[in-house]
Design a protein around this ligand. Structure first.
Ligand SMILES: *[C@@H]1O[C@H](CO)[C@@H](O)[C@H](O)[C@H]1NC(C)=O
Ligand SMILES: *[C@@H]1O[C@H](CO)[C@@H](O)[C@H](O)[C@H]1NC(C)=O
Ligand SMILES: *[C@@H]1O[C@H](CO)[C@@H](O)[C@H](O)[C@H]1NC(C)=O
Ligand SMILES: *[C@@H]1O[C@H](CO)[C@@H](O)[C@H](O)[C@H]1NC(C)=O
Length: 545
């Protein structure tokens, strides 16, 4: 799914021929706008002043450990060291007639029980009041859930505008909630290894853009970095080296770090294709391919469904995986299954005859495999749900009604993607879109417009069909991406996806309107210490630090 389209290369050449940047006007960033845009916001020119030395949050209702850690985290995010250093050289401006006093604390109202693990369809609403008519001079963040409180903290932190040593925050009332409950970001740690600090840094940036799912495409054909306790040979033989691995302790670090930020972690163990690296440590797993003389040619194809031991292996492996990744969902892949190796194999063809699978119908064999895999996943001790890539649906596999179908193909043909969205939702499946959000693909010039303009509900279908869209996912495939370029390539380009998945589409129709807000957001991420790349010719205060 990962090859750069030839079309992209042609496009790039066309772009390089003319003057590309000449007419881009200087972008004047907004001050204190929240990204992604809240559903409802009313703000005024009046403001309160905040001094970092004295400011703190107050637990006004229920307390919980995650609330405490979020408070501490946001104090650091709001008052980063480099801003303090810089501001020593600048005096704050004198107060204007809009000044309404100092804000010493924000009261946090957690209105329901404290949860510790995020989940699909969790409550993410929150409200912010700053110097509101009913509560003048004070500020509060109110939410039914810890997840909403965290979004409220993030939005509050974005409202602050530096002013010398202090900050100003305008009077505001925000009522906010996401448009979609699944706002994902996929990382690929098979084509290149990503060290844990890069993964954690990306989780921080995800939370700053209100993403709530890390889809961890942890293994694939090139390497198998997941270190299993039950099958240690998989990474011993399949990882790039014995150091390019994720231990179960690493997995726990990522899962907990993500949960602390309201982010679920869904691992993907893609089968039956994309499994070359699995074969080295698990003999018998993959189908032996035959050449035209009917002799094994030394290469291997997809998982061999004729070997009953393989289902036992997958069951044991996924029992361990799902015990360590607590989310309800497991992504089981199913994309790009090549049929030629199965076709070449006398063993496979014999097996199909025994099972009553029509000769030559390898899609039916895939159906057999995926059906058993889905049963197996539902029968794990943790009774998991599953996501599949779109081919599983396209190939006519009979799927249970709770399958989530993940659409990724045809990013150069959005009409086709819309048909696919219509087809999958017409069949009644929950649907996740990624086709238009392959963020590893870069172009010279401004290339976030198509991300922003893509809408997962923009297809011919009924309201019932549209309501089956659970959300979308930005995908960062790893062929040409590792720790050196991951963060700048992802951010702020993925921020465009973040706003599309969170905000009201009626209020976020225009890239022109988004431009000064995204400029501020990019400078904000830079000021927080992340190497978010520039969007156009411009400057940020944090450039000089
Ligand atoms: C903020 O308040 C909490 C208690 O509510 C306290 O534990 C913490 O030390 C305070 N932080 C600062 C920076 O004053
Ligand atoms: C791992 O591979 C070695 C040989 O390379 C084998 O002796 C051992 O049984 C394998 N372990 C497992 C758990 O399969
Ligand atoms: C198939 O493989 C065998 C063994 O490597 C070899 O002798 C034979 O020439 C191959 N046939 C073809 C058509 O490549
Ligand atoms: C959608 O379904 C129609 C009717 O079955 C079919 O003709 C079309 O090829 C499908 N489109 C896609 C993109 O799968």
């Amino acid at each position: 799914m990962l090859h750069l389209a030839a079309a992209a290369a042609v496009w790039l050449c066309l772009m390089m021929m003319g003057p590309v940047e000449a007419d881009i006007p200087l972008v004047v960033p907004t001050k204190g706008s929240v990204w992604p845009k809240p559903q409802m916001q009313a703000s005024e020119d009046t403001y309160l002043s905040i001094s970092p030395e004295t400011f703190n949050f107050t637990v006004a209702n229920k307390d919980c450990p995650m609330l405490r850690s979020a408070m501490e985290r946001y104090l650091k995010i709001m008052f980063p060291e480099q801003i303090k250093t810089r501001s020593r050289r600048h005096r704050g401006s004198p107060h204007s007639e809009h000044y309404r006093g100092d804000l010493k604390s924000v009261s946090l109202y957690l209105m329901a029980k404290c949860e510790s693990m995020p989940y699909l369809h969790m409550d993410e609403h929150y409200e912010i009041k700053i110097n509101s008519p009913d509560q003048p001079g004070v500020a509060s963040i109110i939410s039914p859930s810890i997840w909403g409180i965290m979004y409220g903290l993030e939005s509050f932190s974005q409202l602050l505008v530096p002013d010398g040593d202090a900050y100003r925050v305008n009077s505001n009332q925000i009522m906010d909630y996401p448009r979609f409950s699944y706002r994902g970001f996929m990382i690929d740690t098979s084509r290149h290894f990503l060290p844990i600090p890069t993964i954690l840094e990306n989780l921080e940036l995800m939370s700053m853009n209100k993403f709530n799912v890390l889809h961890w495409h942890i293994v694939d054909a090139p390497s198998f970095p997941y270190q299993s306790d039950v099958y240690p040979n998989l990474s011993a033989e399949g990882a790039w080296t014995e150091l390019h691995i994720y231990t179960l302790a690493d997995v726990a670090t990522v899962v907990n770090y993500a949960a602390e930020r309201g982010i679920r972690v869904i691992p993907e163990f893609d089968t039956p294709g994309h499994t070359t690296s699995w074969g080295f440590g698990q003999p018998g797993l993959l189908t032996e391919c035959y050449n035209s003389s009917g002799v094994p040619d030394g290469t291997y194809g997809p998982v061999d469904p004729s070997n009953e031991d393989n289902f036992d292996f997958l069951s044991k492996l996924f029992t361990e995986v799902t015990a360590n990744f607590p989310d309800h969902f497991l992504h089981i892949g199913g994309d790009e299954v090549p049929f030629d190796c199965w076709e070449s194999s006398p063993k496979i063809n014999e097996f199909m005859k025994e099972e009553g699978i029509p000769a030559g119908d390898y899609a039916a064999l895939e159906d057999y495999y995926i059906t058993r895999l889905i049963e197996l996943v539902g029968d794990l001790p943790t009774k998991n749900g599953h996501l599949v890539w779109q081919e599983v649906f396209d190939n006519g596999v009979q799927l249970p009604s709770d399958t989530v179908v993940h659409i990724w193909k045809d990013r150069d043909d959005m009409d086709k993607v819309k048909l696919e969205l219509a087809n999958v939702t017409a069949a009644g499946f929950q649907t996740l879109l990624s086709s238009c959000w392959y963020i590893q693909v870069i172009h010279y010039g401004i290339d976030w417009y198509p991300f922003y303009e893509c809408d997962p509900q923009d297809f011919e279908g009924t309201d019932a069909q549209k309501s089956l869209i659970v959300g979308g996912e930005a995908c960062m495939w790893g062929e040409y991406v590792d720790k050196t370029n991951f963060i700048p390539r992802a951010w702020p380009r993925a921020s465009a996806v973040g706003e599309r998945l969170w905000s009201n589409p009626e209020d976020t129709k225009s890239t022109d309107e988004a431009t000064p807000r995204l400029e501020e957001h990019r400078c904000r991420l830079l000021a927080r210490g992340y190497n978010a790349e520039p969007l156009w010719p411009s400057y940020c205060d944090a450039d000089i630090v």
